[in-house]
Design a protein around this ligand. Sequence first.
Ligand code: ADP
Length: 406
Amino acid sequence: MKVLVLNAGSSSQKSCLYDLDSRGKKPNFVSPIWEATIDWTLNLGHTLLKVKSNGQEYSTYLSDHNRLESIKTMLKTMVEGETKVLEHLSDIDVVGHRVVHGGTKYSQATLINSEVKATIEKLIPLAPNHNPAHLEGIESVENILGDIPQVAVFDTAFHTNIPLYAKIYPLNHEFYKRGIQRYGFHGISHEYVSQRTSEILQQPLKNLNLVTCHLGNGCSITAVKNGQSVNTTMGFTPLEGVMMGTRCGSIDPAIVIHLMTEYGYDGEKINHILNKESGLWGMSEISSDLRTILKAKSENNPKAILAIEMYIFRLQEAIASMLPSLGSLDALVFTAGVGENSAFIREKVCQGLGFLGLKLDLEKNSQSLFNENIATADSNSKILIIPTKEDWAIASQCFQLMESKN
Ligand code: ADP
């Protein structure tokens, strides 16, 4: 089965093609046979298309800037020239889309129809940077590939069973009726690493209490019990929770009121500050990229030192805050850019949680050993680093949905 995965952001479009054949079973991981990225962020009137296939990488500038035309050109590279991997685009069996916001309605991968599209559209106010791009992606595929099955895999879906007491904000019932509640994000990643943890530890998910830490530019921590998310740090939007690359995470909401009443800031300005000018970027005044800040820290830059201390402290607080939802901790799992690559952050986070009996094997941690326990034998909980594979997880969910329909 040929599965095309489209992962649309506000200014980029990542895509991969998987060729899956597992005869009805859950497929084992395979690498994509073709990958492409369209980047619209270059403000020079250019759109950059990069394609990786047949062991080669190619990049080219496109003259068309709209999503439909760019996607058309991108898909052509699958059937033409040196990047060719298919005879015809009609060889693709299903297209899976990562959809950031599915609201309360979708708890699993869902075949896209007009009702699903209407829901994604209705949720645009809650995901203004992403849901419009997803819709354009879905409509572009309809335009180019006709009535091929398309599947939405929602980043919110994994969190739909968080219990009400953890989901609702203590405002009042009227606001809850208006849809103001914790939705949670990065669900595809948290679910994937939870399943991998169960495979690696050879224990059924239903027996495991996990805390999964997705630490990329955006960061979120999730409590996973019985294979389900039971609490997560991101909330109504991806702004809540821990300190992130450019997002502040949780702050006292009265700060916003103060900025409005005392300084006359409007919603747009506050939104920009909280989402784009805060977090590691705001506190280090150097970069949102942890590597750059770690380098500045090694040169004794005081703002870099403070930014990293804050980042680590907020991670520790968040991990500890997940424990009441679990009752015990079988494994702490690190994933995404920082989680997979920064031995220093993992070490410091675990050190501060030592009172829980969590003991990292420093040697294994420094080697960043993936997909195995990197805690000491006498640690109360296992510790793992699992590379996230969101696109693969989407392809795998599409495959299983299509198989179940046959
Ligand atoms: P995104 O959320 O955009 O997918 P990633 O998962 O790629 O982001 O994570 C990006 C973050 O990972 C950046 O802050 C980057 O500095 C950090 N990162 C990547 N490699 C390392 C490394 N070797 N050490 C420390 N941080 C790293």
